[in-house]
Design a protein. Structure first.
Lengths: 492, 615
């Protein structure tokens, strides 16, 4: 009995209070922001009235504390034990959700229980994280093996797909954050690089498609730039992943010379579409790499060649992809890329959000004095666009404090993850950190007009029980694991 | 375990990613929040509906308390461009009785920042001004159909009488230059354009108030901002009491009908202008409201220049009325004494130079010389003054002394009346002649002594000469506003300006002017009720002579000094004297005798033909 008591005390003592302080600080600031965002100038407001959002948020915060305490009192080994079961349960729940849900603004992700609605997608994150951690912490798991890597990816992609079916693309995209964890666990950096390249091709290709290159109207600037990037990225990969210099110089030299020659000819002699020459250069480069791979019997050339093929394929399909997207998503992408100016339509949210934040100045307008947010110029001002309230009422200083707190949280989570004695804890920890980083990156970036408008909440700030509970569970399971890290060390 | 640890350096990459993201966002926040005020202004124009509350413009009364200018409510239609995008244009045009072309043009005009520097698509812009009460009520019923259109009540000017247009002036919409000069004004505001409306703009306009309302994203009003802490109530404009006597003004305008010229009457003791007639005049009531622009154009195009206030803008040779100022100068300089007599044989003869005069006994001392308006006397006076080398080293020095006397009497510079556009007239100085003549002497410039030649005065300056003589040596700057509500009069209009001439010399000249009435050129102004002093003038010019009169009454307790200038009216006695006499009689007696009334009627109907030439 005495032993057990010591163990209990041990959890509270070895609990990472730094994270908890940050958590409580963010919740406090978040609640203030919800008060500010839902305050009505006409009616004034009692923030503790449970019929208002600020009052309800207190309920969510209170229940989150309870939830946190419950989680801390559960033996962390249970999570390890039941992680597959939890994962399967949540997959089933996600599968069932579209059938149980009622439509809220086109989203089929909310299940109504009594007078409350919950969003299973918010809770599936921790189950997925546990499951992936469990799978990847197997002793025979090796991320370098294609099969193991694929299974890990599959575990991540399955809930993602199910959430897309609920028409919650934003929540689904959050799962791509797990690739940061995979990177930490040894996934080749080239995969992240390839993913990043894909985004760059897409953005450059779409953004500059209609612009002429160097004043030559026959050439699409976007296309020319993409082909140039394919050449440069491929050459760069050759340099990084193979030790031989000669092929790098050969490909780069020939490629650039031909492109330049064609460009000068087009500019000063007969204007023609140089991108065909560039395409030829790229294809020549691919063939050359393939031949190299065959001749030298060096698979990396083949992979780099594949990268170039993939790059071209992705570019040619990007237009098709854009067409496949729903109309409002297409518009959002075009507005984000600065191709369309639509202050009353898709750009409205972002413009009003920028106005709200920009009007805050250094110190902000003061608590409850924000006009932009309270007069409903900013839509979703207490959920996805809550950061506007911080910007308007607390100013640059308030924003800096909030962002710094988030940064501290993320760095702290990296630190905690790294000190886990076992892969399971570390992987789970990186999942948690990745999710927070992704949410902050996308949510704040969207409000600042830097990332696409993807409707995901700002952790601890956005109004709503599901997301708050979801983040609390995600975080406190990890804190519980961390609190008992020493036990295993002692046992050894 | 080993293989897991080999990637542990990647924690730095991930940490760096997080740090970079936060730094980029902080930079972005810095540029958004601290680098520009645009967002702040944008947010304010989003959220704050500044409803301007126009103060009532001050009213004007005449010196007897008759209301001359007041306000009447009118309704302006305002538009907020950012909200007015979906308006049914056809319906709107029909409701307002305007055509589509006008609507389109007006919308372009509003958005043109050159013409409308204060344009913002988020604030109310003037669309159409001054709807009458009936037009307003029918439009108001339909207002809900036109989002972005608002009605703004304001006051428009009303003039109770068709008199004193030049004094009262008018108000009109501010132009771009007004807005630039004073940021109090916004496009669509009104500003005094002429007359007292312009010179007392600051006192009359009051201070605009503002009510700051909160407006949500759908344009709904969500109450006032911070319980009206930042609201400002409008401060009404100040009422003015003019020194003008309406009845006197009306009489003056009657008498000047069909003639070009001016009447100015001043109360000598105070410098208050009792009447200021400029003929032809116009009805100030046509310069109100939407027809102002059109009527202003018609008046501007009129060759008789009715918009010109001849009383202060007309610069005329004063003719013989100027001789009084010469007599004063010569006396003060000791060139003559009251007993000095000069001969005049039908004029001033010197070598081949002759300045003609009419028949009268010769030689004459000063008082009868003024009474008969002897040209010879004043030519000799100037001659002896300018050739007095004991007193003045050169003719230039004599000229400068002479000029200083003239300036001390209010000539050659603006008097500073509280009306816009006053001209300074012309008093030549030595430098002037040095510049334009190879050599000159007293004879060259002799005609300035009889108010001809280079000398030009405004009728106001002539009247002010009368007032100065009436005061025996000083004047108070003439002004048309007697009282500004709750504000003392500018000391400019209470301070006495003494001339360089002493009082006894004035008494001599007063005697001369009295002689002109009792037995000289102004005898028709003589009456049994009070002693009139006067001086005629017959100013030569290219056409028919101008008829001029300057006088005051009663002699020993002057209540009124008057100047009459009738262009091409002939002898001073023909128009100047009788008109001046009627004005004095009306003011001093309060009414005209039956004979005078008959005389007034005959003058009212006398028209001078001026031809159609540009004047």
């Amino acid at each position: 009995m005495a032993v057990r008591k010591d163990k209990e005390r041990g959890v509270m003592v070895s609990l990472d209070w730094v994270t908890i302080v940050i958590y409580i600080a963010l919740l406090g600031l978040g609640w203030m922001s919800v008060c500010g965002a839902s305050y009505d100038f006409d009616q004034g407001g009692n923030f503790f009235d449970f019929s208002t959002r600020s009052g309800m948020q207190i309920v969510w915060i209170g229940t989150s504390f309870l939830l946190a305490m419950v989680i801390l009192s559960i033996d962390e080994r249970l999570y390890d034990m039941f992680s597959y079961l939890l994962y399967i349960a949540f997959l089933l729940l996600l599968l069932a959700t579209p059938f149980l849900a009622h439509n809220i603004k086109g989203s089929m992700s909310w299940i109504k229980i009594g007078s409350f609605s919950i969003q299973p997608a918010e809770f599936a994150k921790f189950a997925t994280a546990l499951c992936v951690a469990k799978y990847m912490s197997r002793t025979d798991f090796n991320i370098q093996r294609w099969w193991d890597f694929l299974v890990a990816c599959l575990l991540i992609v399955m809930p993602m797909g199910l959430i897309v079916l609920q028409r919650e693309t934003g929540s689904a995209l959050v799962y791509s954050a797990f690739f940061l964890m995979l990177y930490r666990e040894g996934m080749p950096g080239s995969i992240l690089f390839a993913g990043l390249s894909a985004v760059v091709y897409f953005v450059v290709g779409v953004r500059f498609d209609a612009d002429p290159f160097w004043g030559i109207s026959a050439i699409s600037l976007g296309r020319a730039l993409v082909f140039l990037l394919v050449l440069l990225f491929t050459v760069g990969m050759m340099r990084v992943y193979t030790k031989a210099w000669a092929p790098v110089l050969k490909v780069f030299g020939y490629g650039m010379t031909m492109t330049l020659a064609a460009l000068l000819f087009s500019k000063y002699v007969i204007p023609f579409d140089v991108t065909w020459v560039q395409l030829g250069v790229c294809i020549g480069m691919i063939v050359y790499l393939f031949v190299l791979a065959m001749r030298e019997r060096y698979a990396r050339y083949a992979y780099i060649s594949l990268f170039a093929v993939g790059s071209l394929a992705l570019y040619f399909s990007s237009d098709m992809m854009l067409d496949r997207l729903a109309e409002h998503q297409q518009t959002r992408i075009r507005v984000l890329l600065g191709m369309e100016d639509d202050p009353r339509g898709a750009g409205y949210n972002v413009i009003q959000a920028k106005i709200a934040i920009g009007s805050g100045g250094l110190k902000g307008k003061g608590f409850l004095n924000g006009t932009q947010t309270k007069l409903k110029y900013v839509p979703e001002q207490d959920t996805d666009f809550i950061f506007c309230t911080v910007g308007e009422e607390e100013g640059f200083l308030g924003c800096a404090i909030v962002l710094t707190l988030f940064l501290l949280l993320i760095l702290r989570l990296i630190h905690l993850a790294e000190r886990q004695p076992f892969a399971f804890g570390r992987i789970y920890g990186y999942c948690v950190m990745s999710v927070f980083l992704f949410h902050v990156f996308i949510n704040v970036g969207m409000v600042l007009g830097l990332t696409p408008v993807i409707g995901i909440p700002l952790p601890f700030f956005s109004y709503g029980g599901s997301s708050l509970w979801g983040f609390t569970i995600l975080l406190f399971i990890f804190l519980r694991m961390d609190a008992s890290r020493n036990r295993f060390v002692h046992n050894k | 375990m080993e293989s897991d640890r080999q990637y542990s350096n990647r924690k730095y990459v991930l940490g760096a990613v997080a740090v970079v993201i936060v730094i980029v966002y902080l930079i972005r926040l810095f540029t958004l929040q601290l680098m520009s005020d645009d967002f702040k202004r944008n947010a304010d124009s989003n959220a704050f509906l500044k409803r301007i509350q126009y103060p009532a413009r001050g009213a004007m009364r005449d010196r007897t308390g008759k209301l001359l200018v007041y306000n009447q409510p009118a309704y302006d239609i305002m538009v907020v461009m950012s909200e007015a995008a979906d308006v049914d244009t056809l319906d709107l045009c029909e409701s307002l009785g305007i055509d589509r072309g006008w609507f389109d043009r007006r919308m372009v005009e509003i958005k043109d920042r050159n013409r409308n520097p204060g344009y913002s698509s988020y604030t109310q812009q003037l669309f159409m001004s001054q709807l009458s009460a009936e037009e307003f009520s029918s439009f108001q019923e339909k207002l809900f159909r036109f989002p972005g259109f608002y009605i703004q009540k304001r006051n428009i000017r009303q003039y109770a009488y068709d008199n004193a247009a030049h004094i009262l002036g008018d108000v009109g919409e501010v132009g771009p230059s007004d807005i630039e000069a004073d940021d109090y004004y916004q496009s669509g505001d009104y500003i005094g354009k002429l007359g007292v409306e312009r010179s007392y703009e600051r006192q009359l306009r009051g201070e605009k108030g503002v009510e700051i309302l909160l407006r949500d994203a759908r344009g709904r009003i969500k109450g006032s901002y911070q319980e009206g802490k930042f609201d400002r109530a409008p401060v009404p404009g100040k009422n003015l009491t003019l020194s003008i006597d309406l009845e006197l003004q009306q009489l003056g305008e009657r008498l000047m009908k069909g003639k070009l010229g001016s009447i100015v009457a001043i109360e000598p003791k105070t410098g208050e202008v009792l009447c200021m007639v400029s003929s032809p005049t116009y009805d100030p009531r046509i310069m109100v409201g939407r027809q102002r622009g059109k009527n202003n154009q018609i008046l501007s195009a009129d060759p008789m220049k009715p918009l010109l206030n001849r009383a202060i803008m007309g610069q005329y040779p004063p003719g013989s009325t100027f001789k009084t100022s010469q007599a004063l100068t010569f006396l003060e300089e000791g060139i003559i004494t009251p007993q000095t007599a000069y001969s005049c044989s039908h004029g001033f003869h010197f070598g081949r130079l002759t300045v003609g005069c009419h028949g009268h006994p010769s030689p004459l001392p000063l008082v009868p010389a003024i009474g008969t308006s002897c040209n010879g006397y004043f030519c000799w006076g100037l001659y002896y003054m300018f050739n007095n080398r004991k007193k003045y080293a050169s003719v230039q020095e004599a000229m400068t002394t002479w000029k200083d006397y003239m300036v001390s009497m209010g000539f050659g510079y603006q008097l500073g009346i509280d009306l816009p556009g006053e001209k300074r007239g012309m008093i030549p100085n030595a430098q002037y002649y040095d510049k334009y003549l190879r050599s000159w002497n007293a004879l060259t410039v002799i005609s300035i002594s009889i108010g001809q030649g280079e000398v030009n005065l405004t009728p106001l300056q002539i009247a002010n000469l009368g007032a100065t003589i009436a005061n025996r040596g000083y004047y108070i700057t003439p002004h048309v506003v007697k009282e500004v509500q709750g504000e003392p009069l500018d000391t400019l209009y209470t301070r006495k300006h003494y001339t360089r001439v002493s009082k006894p010399n004035y008494e001599t000249v007063v005697e001369g002017m009295r002689r002109a009435v009792t037995g000289g050129t102004c005898s028709s102004a003589n009456n049994p009720w009070y002693e009139v002093c006067g001086k005629t003038g017959t100013a030569q010019n290219r056409g028919h002579d101008h008829s001029v009169f300057m006088g005051f009454a009663p002699k020993d307790d002057p209540q009124i000094a008057v100047a009459v200038y009738v262009e091409n009216g002939g002898w001073g006695a023909t128009y100047g004297v009788p008109i001046g006499a009627l004005i004095m009689e009306k003011f001093i007696n309060g009414h005209l005798s039956p004979e005078s009334e008959a005389k007034a009627e005959s003058f009212e109907n006398r028209t001078i033909f001026y031809g159609g030439t540009e004047r």
